[in-house]
Write a protein that binds this ligand. Structure first.
Ligand code: NAD
Ligand code: UGA
Length: 461
């Protein structure tokens, strides 16, 4: 198709975990639109054009291949592509601020604002700007003020369309979303812009799953969705600590409460703690927003979700230390998994990072095993190499180890030959299942001392 035969020219700024998969899905489902993704990171843009994509996400390559070169394009020419676009999705990173006012809590909007100024400088025609990144409530008004400060006679409408995909299941989440949320100003122009975005998703998402709202509700709903999800994990993890001291079993408790349809059974897996680039960042952002509006009690309430998560990570390491006779100095401890969850190579805010550092503080020798995340693990743990090994083979990784700490729920770990692993480990051999995915009774019978989360330990002494 030639340039002007496409119905719409869609641009996405930011080719990361969100920009890449969401735009690939739009392009695959809508051959009538031209979709271009730009990024300042040339290496990433290059990788998106190969079969070795810059992120690991099941089935993503098939979706990309369906549209790449047909109506899906990757580029580092940001200004030129802004000029040609009718609709610009902004999907740049919005990490927690590390400096100045709000450091450690509020969102760092420097990448976001730079994009707004880029759009303003390069545009020659009217555009719809779509907030895809997760942003503090009322960010759209700042965006509108920046872009509409032009004297070129250009009109910009800002729409919020937060993304709810989860890593590891991004393709399925995008193909069959629970809902798509699109917020705009409630003016005639705002509603018209909103409808244009509804029309894109309506190509494959049932209309009743496309929700529209005012722009502030849309921005806030994204933060609140993540806060509620993380709160569930902190709730079940807090109860896991109580189970360990009362001989109740966290899986049985989760099953019993989850059968109540008002509670529901999803997202009740006790774990070593939640990780990922967003839960902690978005809750802290919510906390900061509440504080800035003087809502101290509300801020404290949500802050505790993060505190319980830190407690859970800390408890896991303390349990290891305690079980290994209160000293892990010079002991070899193998981490099974380093990604923040299974089916991704992403390690951002992974509990594995905290656990490894804490174990090394106690002078343990840590061996990291993960099928997809070793490259990121090397970057996260740079400077600690003296006490570390990275080993892709789980059998070699556990050779001569005193203990295994399972951090990520990869299917692979359920299928290993634990008799073989046990025979090559130092005795007594310990296994700490931070995800409760292994067959604890069987491991115990093999000879392991087994420490699940939220259940009594199975020990031989
Ligand atoms: P990411 O770091 O993977 O990708 C962001 C990309 O933006 C990077 O490649 C970076 O180089 C690029 N970028 C930054 N400034 C730029 C600029 N001025 N011009 C062009 N490119 C620029 O981040 P992500 O995980 O994709 O997250 C993006 C946003 O989406 C965040 O706000 C996040 O909270 C939100 N989000 C993430 C997920 C997720 O699963 N990762 C899910 C839902 C929402
Ligand atoms: C999460 C949300 O699920 C997405 O809806 C959202 O779009 C995204 O954040 C975002 O804004 O970035 P993600 O972080 O990719 O997605 O993955 P989740 O499946 O939510 O898992 C987050 C963490 O919680 C992982 O470390 C996971 O192992 C942990 N978890 C999850 C548990 O410990 N127990 C559970 O029952 C579920």
């Amino acid at each position: 198709m030639s340039e002007n035969q496409f119905e719409k020219h869609i641009l996405c700024i930011g080719a990361g975990y969100v920009g890449g998969p969401t735009m690939a899905m739009i392009a695959a489902k809508c051959p009538q639109y031209k979709v271009t993704i730009v990024d300042i990171n040339a290496e990433k843009i290059q990788a998106w054009q190969t079969d070795d994509l810059p992120i690991y996400e099941p089935e993503l390559l098939d979706v990309v291949k369906k549209a790449r070169g047909r109506n899906l394009f990757f580029s580092t020419e940001i200004d030129e592509n802004i000029k040609k676009a009718d609709i610009i999705f902004v999907s740049v990173n919005t990490p927690t601020k590390t400096f100045g006012e709000g450091a450690g809590k509020s969102a760092d909007l420097q990448y976001w604002e730079k994009t707004a100024r880029n759009i303003l400088a390069a545009s020659e025609t009217d555009k719809i700007i779509v907030e895809k990144s997760t942003l503090p409530v009322r960010t759209a008004s700042a965006m509108e003020r920046i872009v509409n400060s032009n004297n070129k006679g250009i009109r910009f409408d800002v729409v919020s369309n937060p993304e709810f995909l989860a890593e590891g299941t991004a393709v399925a989440d995008l193909e069959k979303p629970d809902r798509v949320l699109i917020g705009s100003q409630e003016t005639a122009e705002g509603k018209k812009a909103r409808q244009e975005i509804v029309d894109i998703y309506a190509n494959w998402v049932p209309r009743e799953r496309i929700i529209t709202s005012n722009i502030w509700s849309s921005e806030l709903s994204k933060l609140v969705a993540n806060a509620f999800l993380a709160q569930r994990i902190s709730s079940i993890n807090s109860i896991s600590a109580l189970c360990e001291t009362t001989e109740a079993d966290i899986n049985e408790v989760a099953n019993a409460i989850g059968k109540d349809h008002r509670i529901g059974s999803n997202f009740l897996n006790a774990s070593v703690g939640f990780g990922g680039s967003c839960f902690k960042k978005d809750i802290l952002n919510l906390v900061y927003i509440c504080e800035s509006y003087g809502l101290t009690e509300v801020a404290r309430y949500w802050e505790n979700v993060v505190k319980i998560n830190e407690y859970q990570e800390d408890r896991f390491v303390r349990n290891i230390n305690k079980a290994l006779f209160n000293t892990i100095a010079n002991k070899r401890i193998t981490l099974f998994g380093f990604a923040f969850k299974a089916n991704t190579g992403d390690t951002r805010e992974s509990p594995g990072i905290y656990i490894t550092k804490k174990l090394i503080e106690e002078h343990a020798h840590v061996v990291i095993n993960d099928p997809k995340a070793l490259d990121n693990a090397r970057k996260d743990l740079a400077g600690l190499e003296e006490n570390l090994e990275f080993e892709i083979d789980p059998y070699k990784a556990t050779h001569d180890a005193h203990a295994i700490a399972l951090v990520t729920e990869w299917e692979l770990y359920k299928t290993l030959d634990y008799e073989k692993i046990f025979s090559a480990m130092i005795k007594p051999a310990f296994i700490f299942d931070g995800r409760n995915i292994l067959d604890h009774q069987k491991l115990y019978e093999i000879g392991f001392n087994v420490y699940p989360i939220g259940k009594a330990a199975l020990t031989h002494f």
